[in-house]
Write a protein that binds this ligand. Structure first.
Ligand SMILES: O=C(O)C[C@H](Nc1ncnc2c1ncn2[C@@H]1O[C@H](COP(=O)(O)O)[C@@H](O)[C@H]1O)C(=O)O
Length: 460
């Protein structure tokens, strides 16, 4: 026998709980059940407010008390619902019984049969999921995503003029600025932010096979489509008019693809920042009391970015699986989506953990301008591109008789280390116009950054 009580299997519920617990408000089983209670109660109030089947509107105080059932759904209520489900073996049916009990306590037995009226479980489930996923995304994930963008934007502006040797293929290449490179990531993330902010949360409410058959059998003269639309939109969701038993989950696939794409851009950021740290371009600010390596006391390891990298991978793998599998359901419904959707919180949780580590990692680095500058000083050969381009322009303008500028520069620079003096001597001897020569002689790897600084304006 183990000396341990049952332990959380997921690190999100153990080691990382404090970083992701906000999501549990919405995307835990309790969060889902709370939303189910809300939807059942709202449907009941809707039906009675419209005096359907001879019912009369519930008095306002009792409506208020019914609407308190969801926010008051706490630990005791979770246990009560659990006990009901252990009998029903059906999670939504258990919610129905839970609501009926409360109706009885409020003296509303006369409308008990309107609980879950004409609804199939998915009518309740899909609206509940749309509500909790919307709230989790807008109230938790997006703010954390925006925090990363804001911090990156701040650093992009701060470092917009800090020239840095670029490294295409890992090799010295035309310089850029650190700020411009960070701005590229901001620009990419902003597109994702806008897409996620514009996400649609669809809901269906049309009965067992999406035909309103049960509704019509009870009341043939009602425009049930209008009822359904009004009810779904009253919850702040977009009405889906045409489905099988289940909401088709296309909006979920779209949302998860966008978040997974965002994850991948962030993953690219993490590996780049890791590489800049490794090159010494970013210095890590020591955290008081923290240990880098257990055996090498000098070290500060970029663990925030490494943790984020791995959690972004896990999140994307889960989100990809959700996006791929949720959009298929055999015939009018199979129940595979039920257990799959229980993992939406896990998928977003790994992303949220990564976002938290990226924000804190970005707060613990500072630019090593001396190293950036020294690196540029030892790579004057990157000006070969500029010289070659100027010579081409001069040839075209009839101010040079050079025949093959690329070969000329290749001969001088390919695979070689060229210093400022070598290059100045070379430029001085070029057969080009005086103004072009002066422009080239004035150029250094530090100033050969084009409009890098101005490009940062695109993220402001
Ligand atoms: O309105 C209905 O219930 C209609 C019914 N389809 C169902 N729709 C939604 N939920 C259903 C369905 N069937 C079962 N269950 C209950 O779903 C729960 C599945 O548990 P889990 O696999 O752990 O996610 C678990 O609690 C199951 O009992 C149909 O026959 O078409």
């Amino acid at each position: 026998m183990s000396a341990l009580s049952p332990q959380p299997l997921s690190p999100l519920d153990g080691r990382y709980a404090s970083a992701v617990s906000e999501l549990g408000e919405f995307l835990s089983e309790a969060g889902l059940n709370r939303a189910r209670i809300q939807v059942e109660v709202e449907w009941l109030i809707y039906l009675t407010d419209h005096s359907l089947f001879g019912s009369t509107p519930i008095d306002l105080e009792k409506q208020r008390q019914l609407r308190q059932l969801a926010p008051n759904f706490g630990d005791d209520e979770v246990a009560e619902l659990g006990a009901l489900e252990s009998t029903t073996k059906h999670d939504v049916k258990a919610v129905e019984y839970y609501v009926r009990r409360r109706l009885s306590e409020l003296g509303l037995n006369d409308i008990a049969e309107l609980t879950h009226f004409a609804a199939t479980s998915e009518d309740i489930n899909n609206l509940s999921y749309a509500l909790v996923i919307r709230d989790a995304v807008t109230e938790v994930w997006l703010p954390a995503f925006r925090a990363v963008i804001d911090e990156l934007r701040t650093q992009a502006v701060q470092y917009r003029d800090d020239a840095m040797l670029a490294r295409t293929h890992g090799q010295p290449a035309t310089p850029t600025t650190m700020g411009k490179e960070l701005a590229v990531t901001v620009y990419r993330l902003e597109r994702i932010r806008k897409q996620v902010e514009a996400a649609e949360y669809l809901g269906k409410f049309s009965g067992a096979t999406g035909t309103f058959a049960a509704h019509l059998s009870a009341e043939a003269d009602l425009d049930w489509q209008a009822v359904s639309r009004e009810f779904v939109t009253s919850l702040g969701l977009t009405w889906n008019p045409l489905t099988t038993q289940i909401e088709s989950h296309d909006w979920q696939a779209e949302l998860y693809s966008q978040v997974a794409h965002g994850n991948r851009i962030l993953h690219n950021l993490c590996t780049d920042v890791w590489t800049y740290i490794s090159l010494g371009y970013f210095t890590q600010i020591p955290v008081v009391g923290a240990t880098g390596s257990s055996t090498m006391p000098h070290k500060i390891n970029p663990i925030k970015f490494e943790n984020a990298e791995a959690n972004l991978e896990l999140s994307s793998a889960l989100l990809d699986s959700l996006a791929q599998t949720l959009v298929t359901s055999r015939l009018q419904r199979d129940l595979t989506d039920s257990t799959t959707q229980r993992n939406v919180g896990v998928a977003l949780g790994h992303s949220l953990l990564a976002l938290s580590n990226i924000t804190s990692g970005l707060g613990q680095i500072s630019l090593n301008r001396e190293l950036l500058s020294a690196d540029l000083d030892t790579n004057w050969e990157v000006l070969a591109e500029a010289i070659q381009t100027v010579v081409r322009a001069e040839i075209t303008a009839g101010r040079s008789s050079i025949t093959d500028p690329y070969a000329l520069l290749k001969e001088l620079t390919r695979g070689k280390r060229i210093g400022a003096d070598d290059l100045a001597t070379f430029v001085d001897g070029l057969d080009i116009g005086g103004a072009a020569k002066q422009r080239l002689l004035a150029l250094t790897p530090h100033t050969y950054v084009g409009i890098s600084s101005a490009l940062v304006e695109h993220i402001l």
